[in-house]
Design a protein around this ligand. Structure first.
Ligand code: ATP
Length: 282
Protein backbone atom coordinates (compact mmCIF):
# COMPACT_ATOMS: atom_id res chain seq x y z
CA UNK A 1 0.00 0.00 0.00
CA UNK A 2 1.33 3.45 -0.76
CA UNK A 3 1.13 6.26 1.70
CA UNK A 4 -0.83 9.36 0.82
CA UNK A 5 0.60 11.83 3.32
CA UNK A 6 -2.51 13.84 2.72
CA UNK A 7 -1.52 13.90 -0.96
CA UNK A 8 1.50 16.03 -0.12
CA UNK A 9 4.62 15.57 -2.17
CA UNK A 10 8.12 16.95 -1.80
CA UNK A 11 10.87 17.12 0.75
CA UNK A 12 10.63 18.20 4.35
CA UNK A 13 13.16 20.98 4.79
CA UNK A 14 14.43 23.43 7.34
CA UNK A 15 16.35 26.29 5.82
CA UNK A 16 18.61 28.52 7.92
CA UNK A 17 16.59 27.94 11.09
CA UNK A 18 17.59 29.71 14.31
CA UNK A 19 15.75 29.54 17.59
CA UNK A 20 16.18 30.60 21.22
CA UNK A 21 13.97 29.68 24.15
CA UNK A 22 12.76 32.81 25.92
CA UNK A 23 15.01 33.70 28.83
CA UNK A 24 13.09 33.36 32.09
CA UNK A 25 13.24 36.31 34.49
CA UNK A 26 13.56 33.87 37.36
CA UNK A 27 14.64 30.37 36.57
CA UNK A 28 13.06 27.35 38.23
CA UNK A 29 15.99 27.24 40.62
CA UNK A 30 15.50 30.87 41.58
CA UNK A 31 18.43 32.39 39.64
CA UNK A 32 17.78 35.78 38.04
CA UNK A 33 18.93 36.85 34.60
CA UNK A 34 19.50 33.44 32.99
CA UNK A 35 21.15 34.11 29.64
CA UNK A 36 20.07 32.29 26.47
CA UNK A 37 22.42 32.58 23.51
CA UNK A 38 20.10 30.60 21.30
CA UNK A 39 19.45 26.93 20.96
CA UNK A 40 19.61 26.50 17.17
CA UNK A 41 21.90 28.46 14.90
CA UNK A 42 21.30 28.60 11.17
CA UNK A 43 20.28 24.94 10.84
CA UNK A 44 19.49 23.63 7.37
CA UNK A 45 18.16 20.15 6.96
CA UNK A 46 16.52 18.22 4.16
CA UNK A 47 14.63 14.93 4.25
CA UNK A 48 13.38 13.38 1.01
CA UNK A 49 10.47 10.92 0.72
CA UNK A 50 11.67 7.34 1.12
CA UNK A 51 14.87 8.37 2.89
CA UNK A 52 15.92 8.10 6.50
CA UNK A 53 18.20 10.32 8.54
CA UNK A 54 19.47 9.75 12.05
CA UNK A 55 19.85 12.88 14.14
CA UNK A 56 22.57 12.27 16.71
CA UNK A 57 24.38 14.47 19.17
CA UNK A 58 25.11 14.99 22.82
CA UNK A 59 22.38 15.77 25.27
CA UNK A 60 21.39 19.42 24.95
CA UNK A 61 22.77 19.78 21.42
CA UNK A 62 19.33 20.79 20.11
CA UNK A 63 17.89 17.63 18.52
CA UNK A 64 14.47 17.76 20.20
CA UNK A 65 14.22 21.48 19.58
CA UNK A 66 14.82 20.94 15.88
CA UNK A 67 12.10 18.26 15.90
CA UNK A 68 9.69 20.67 17.63
CA UNK A 69 10.37 23.23 14.94
CA UNK A 70 9.92 20.66 12.17
CA UNK A 71 6.59 19.75 13.79
CA UNK A 72 5.54 23.43 13.69
CA UNK A 73 5.24 23.47 17.47
CA UNK A 74 7.73 26.33 17.84
CA UNK A 75 8.42 29.31 15.63
CA UNK A 76 11.99 29.88 14.50
CA UNK A 77 13.42 33.36 15.04
CA UNK A 78 14.97 33.08 11.57
CA UNK A 79 14.69 30.71 8.64
CA UNK A 80 11.83 28.58 7.35
CA UNK A 81 10.35 25.10 7.46
CA UNK A 82 8.64 23.82 4.34
CA UNK A 83 7.05 20.66 3.03
CA UNK A 84 7.46 20.63 -0.71
CA UNK A 85 6.66 24.13 -1.90
CA UNK A 86 4.52 24.98 1.15
CA UNK A 87 5.98 26.90 4.05
CA UNK A 88 4.87 25.70 7.48
CA UNK A 89 4.43 27.89 10.57
CA UNK A 90 2.85 27.28 13.95
CA UNK A 91 -0.78 28.33 13.83
CA UNK A 92 -4.36 27.32 14.53
CA UNK A 93 -5.10 23.59 14.37
CA UNK A 94 -7.30 23.90 11.29
CA UNK A 95 -4.57 25.59 9.23
CA UNK A 96 -2.10 22.83 10.10
CA UNK A 97 -4.36 19.82 9.60
CA UNK A 98 -2.80 19.00 6.23
CA UNK A 99 0.67 19.16 7.79
CA UNK A 100 -0.22 17.10 10.89
CA UNK A 101 -1.50 14.43 8.52
CA UNK A 102 1.64 14.52 6.39
CA UNK A 103 4.17 14.60 9.23
CA UNK A 104 3.56 12.38 12.24
CA UNK A 105 5.50 12.17 15.47
CA UNK A 106 6.49 9.09 17.43
CA UNK A 107 7.52 10.07 20.96
CA UNK A 108 9.94 8.43 23.33
CA UNK A 109 8.20 5.45 24.93
CA UNK A 110 5.27 5.69 22.50
CA UNK A 111 3.40 2.82 24.16
CA UNK A 112 3.43 4.79 27.42
CA UNK A 113 1.34 7.49 25.76
CA UNK A 114 -1.58 5.08 25.16
CA UNK A 115 -4.56 5.17 27.51
CA UNK A 116 -4.83 1.55 28.72
CA UNK A 117 -8.63 1.87 29.03
CA UNK A 118 -9.11 2.64 25.34
CA UNK A 119 -9.52 -0.06 22.72
CA UNK A 120 -6.99 -0.35 19.93
CA UNK A 121 -9.68 0.73 17.50
CA UNK A 122 -10.47 3.86 19.54
CA UNK A 123 -6.79 4.70 19.83
CA UNK A 124 -6.21 4.38 16.10
CA UNK A 125 -9.36 6.24 15.10
CA UNK A 126 -8.71 9.20 17.40
CA UNK A 127 -6.09 10.91 15.17
CA UNK A 128 -8.19 10.12 12.08
CA UNK A 129 -11.11 11.94 13.68
CA UNK A 130 -9.02 14.84 14.95
CA UNK A 131 -7.44 15.41 11.55
CA UNK A 132 -10.75 14.82 9.75
CA UNK A 133 -9.24 12.20 7.48
CA UNK A 134 -11.71 11.03 4.83
CA UNK A 135 -12.67 7.35 4.54
CA UNK A 136 -13.83 4.48 6.71
CA UNK A 137 -11.90 4.98 9.93
CA UNK A 138 -12.28 1.44 11.21
CA UNK A 139 -10.93 0.10 7.92
CA UNK A 140 -8.02 2.57 7.99
CA UNK A 141 -7.30 1.54 11.60
CA UNK A 142 -7.27 -2.13 10.57
CA UNK A 143 -4.90 -1.40 7.68
CA UNK A 144 -2.52 0.52 9.94
CA UNK A 145 -2.50 -2.38 12.37
CA UNK A 146 -1.66 -4.80 9.56
CA UNK A 147 1.28 -2.65 8.54
CA UNK A 148 2.84 -3.16 11.97
CA UNK A 149 2.00 -6.88 11.88
CA UNK A 150 -0.55 -6.86 14.67
CA UNK A 151 -3.62 -9.02 13.97
CA UNK A 152 -6.70 -6.93 13.14
CA UNK A 153 -8.53 -9.21 15.60
CA UNK A 154 -7.00 -7.11 18.38
CA UNK A 155 -8.87 -3.95 17.30
CA UNK A 156 -11.45 -4.41 20.05
CA UNK A 157 -8.97 -5.22 22.83
CA UNK A 158 -8.07 -2.57 25.35
CA UNK A 159 -4.47 -1.34 25.30
CA UNK A 160 -4.16 -2.51 28.91
CA UNK A 161 -4.77 -6.11 27.75
CA UNK A 162 -1.90 -6.15 25.24
CA UNK A 163 1.78 -6.94 25.74
CA UNK A 164 4.33 -4.14 25.83
CA UNK A 165 5.55 -5.11 22.37
CA UNK A 166 2.07 -5.09 20.90
CA UNK A 167 1.39 -1.68 22.42
CA UNK A 168 4.62 -0.34 20.99
CA UNK A 169 3.41 -1.38 17.54
CA UNK A 170 -0.05 0.00 18.18
CA UNK A 171 1.56 3.34 19.03
CA UNK A 172 3.42 3.29 15.71
CA UNK A 173 0.24 2.21 13.91
CA UNK A 174 -1.45 5.25 15.43
CA UNK A 175 1.04 7.48 13.65
CA UNK A 176 0.63 5.47 10.44
CA UNK A 177 -3.17 5.45 10.48
CA UNK A 178 -3.44 8.95 9.02
CA UNK A 179 -1.15 7.83 6.17
CA UNK A 180 1.66 10.30 6.71
CA UNK A 181 4.50 10.91 4.28
CA UNK A 182 7.02 11.48 7.11
CA UNK A 183 7.66 10.09 10.57
CA UNK A 184 9.68 12.05 13.11
CA UNK A 185 10.67 9.67 15.88
CA UNK A 186 12.41 10.86 19.05
CA UNK A 187 14.29 7.96 20.67
CA UNK A 188 11.42 5.56 19.89
CA UNK A 189 13.23 2.45 21.14
CA UNK A 190 14.97 3.75 24.22
CA UNK A 191 13.77 1.85 27.24
CA UNK A 192 12.81 -1.25 25.22
CA UNK A 193 14.46 -4.60 25.73
CA UNK A 194 16.75 -5.78 22.94
CA UNK A 195 14.42 -8.13 21.03
CA UNK A 196 11.66 -5.53 21.01
CA UNK A 197 14.10 -2.80 19.99
CA UNK A 198 15.16 -4.97 17.03
CA UNK A 199 11.55 -5.57 16.02
CA UNK A 200 10.64 -1.89 16.11
CA UNK A 201 13.80 -0.87 14.22
CA UNK A 202 13.13 -3.49 11.52
CA UNK A 203 9.61 -2.18 11.22
CA UNK A 204 10.79 1.42 10.80
CA UNK A 205 13.35 0.29 8.20
CA UNK A 206 10.63 -1.55 6.26
CA UNK A 207 8.36 1.50 6.28
CA UNK A 208 11.13 3.53 4.68
CA UNK A 209 12.34 0.97 2.14
CA UNK A 210 9.08 -0.63 1.10
CA UNK A 211 6.51 2.07 1.70
CA UNK A 212 8.48 5.18 0.85
CA UNK A 213 8.07 7.00 4.15
CA UNK A 214 10.61 9.63 5.08
CA UNK A 215 12.03 9.01 8.56
CA UNK A 216 13.91 11.29 10.93
CA UNK A 217 15.16 9.22 13.83
CA UNK A 218 16.56 11.00 16.87
CA UNK A 219 18.85 8.64 18.70
CA UNK A 220 21.78 8.55 21.09
CA UNK A 221 22.71 5.14 19.80
CA UNK A 222 24.97 5.05 16.76
CA UNK A 223 24.27 1.36 16.15
CA UNK A 224 20.60 2.29 15.74
CA UNK A 225 21.59 4.96 13.23
CA UNK A 226 23.75 2.46 11.36
CA UNK A 227 21.00 -0.11 11.28
CA UNK A 228 18.12 2.02 10.03
CA UNK A 229 19.29 5.26 8.49
CA UNK A 230 20.96 5.96 5.16
CA UNK A 231 22.27 9.32 6.32
CA UNK A 232 23.27 10.72 9.68
CA UNK A 233 23.29 14.33 10.82
CA UNK A 234 25.40 15.22 13.84
CA UNK A 235 24.29 18.11 16.03
CA UNK A 236 26.48 20.01 18.45
CA UNK A 237 25.79 23.30 20.23
CA UNK A 238 22.69 23.95 18.16
CA UNK A 239 24.33 23.40 14.78
CA UNK A 240 24.45 20.52 12.32
CA UNK A 241 28.19 19.99 12.20
CA UNK A 242 28.18 17.02 9.85
CA UNK A 243 25.64 15.34 7.58
CA UNK A 244 26.42 12.50 5.22
CA UNK A 245 26.01 8.79 4.49
CA UNK A 246 25.83 6.99 7.84
CA UNK A 247 28.66 4.55 7.05
CA UNK A 248 30.93 7.48 6.13
CA UNK A 249 30.05 9.53 9.22
CA UNK A 250 30.62 6.52 11.49
CA UNK A 251 33.70 5.09 9.73
CA UNK A 252 35.55 8.33 9.13
CA UNK A 253 33.91 11.19 10.98
CA UNK A 254 34.85 14.58 9.61
CA UNK A 255 34.19 16.68 12.70
CA UNK A 256 35.60 16.54 16.23
CA UNK A 257 32.04 16.18 17.60
CA UNK A 258 31.25 13.16 15.41
CA UNK A 259 34.65 11.62 16.27
CA UNK A 260 33.90 12.03 19.98
CA UNK A 261 30.49 10.35 19.58
CA UNK A 262 31.96 7.43 17.63
CA UNK A 263 34.70 7.00 20.21
CA UNK A 264 32.27 7.18 23.11
CA UNK A 265 30.03 4.63 21.44
CA UNK A 266 32.94 2.23 20.84
CA UNK A 267 33.92 2.52 24.51
CA UNK A 268 30.34 1.85 25.56
CA UNK A 269 29.97 -1.24 23.38
CA UNK A 270 33.45 -2.66 23.95
CA UNK A 271 34.56 -1.42 27.36
CA UNK A 272 38.18 -2.09 28.26
CA UNK A 273 37.25 -4.71 30.83
CA UNK A 274 35.30 -6.87 28.38
CA UNK A 275 37.75 -6.72 25.50
CA UNK A 276 39.30 -10.11 24.74
CA UNK A 277 42.65 -10.42 26.47
CA UNK A 278 45.35 -10.86 23.78
CA UNK A 279 46.99 -14.29 24.02
CA UNK A 280 50.69 -14.34 24.44
CA UNK A 281 51.53 -17.19 22.06
CA UNK A 282 54.91 -15.89 21.13
N1 ATP B 1 11.46 24.38 27.23
C1 ATP B 1 12.70 24.84 27.34
N2 ATP B 1 12.98 26.04 27.89
C2 ATP B 1 14.24 26.50 27.97
N3 ATP B 1 15.32 25.86 27.49
C3 ATP B 1 15.11 24.65 26.92
C4 ATP B 1 13.81 24.07 26.82
N4 ATP B 1 13.92 22.86 26.20
C5 ATP B 1 15.23 22.69 25.95
N5 ATP B 1 15.94 23.75 26.38
C6 ATP B 1 17.40 23.95 26.24
O1 ATP B 1 17.72 23.94 24.87
C7 ATP B 1 18.92 23.22 24.62
C8 ATP B 1 18.68 22.09 23.61
O2 ATP B 1 17.78 21.16 24.21
P1 ATP B 1 17.19 19.93 23.40
O3 ATP B 1 16.18 19.28 24.29
O4 ATP B 1 16.76 20.38 22.06
O5 ATP B 1 18.49 19.02 23.26
P2 ATP B 1 18.61 17.47 22.84
O6 ATP B 1 19.79 17.38 21.95
O7 ATP B 1 17.30 16.99 22.35
O8 ATP B 1 18.93 16.81 24.25
P3 ATP B 1 18.57 15.32 24.77
O9 ATP B 1 19.39 14.39 23.93
O10 ATP B 1 19.04 15.34 26.20
O11 ATP B 1 17.09 15.13 24.63
C9 ATP B 1 19.40 22.73 25.98
O12 ATP B 1 20.37 23.65 26.45
C10 ATP B 1 18.17 22.76 26.83
O13 ATP B 1 18.48 23.02 28.19
Amino acid sequence: MSNSGGSVTGALAADGVSFAYPAPRVSSCGVHGTRHDGTLHNVSFHLAPGSSTALVGNSGSGKSTLVRILLALAKPSAGTVALGAREVKPGPARSLRWYRQAVQYIPQNPAGSLDPRMTVSQLLREPLRQLRVAGNHRALAGEALERVEVPAGLLDCRAGELSGGQNQRVAIARALAVQPAYLLADEPVSGLDLPLRNTVLSLLGTLVRQEGLGLLLVTHDLSTAARVCGTTAVMAHGRIVEHGPTHRVLDSPGSPEASALVQASATLHFPQASRPVPRDDA
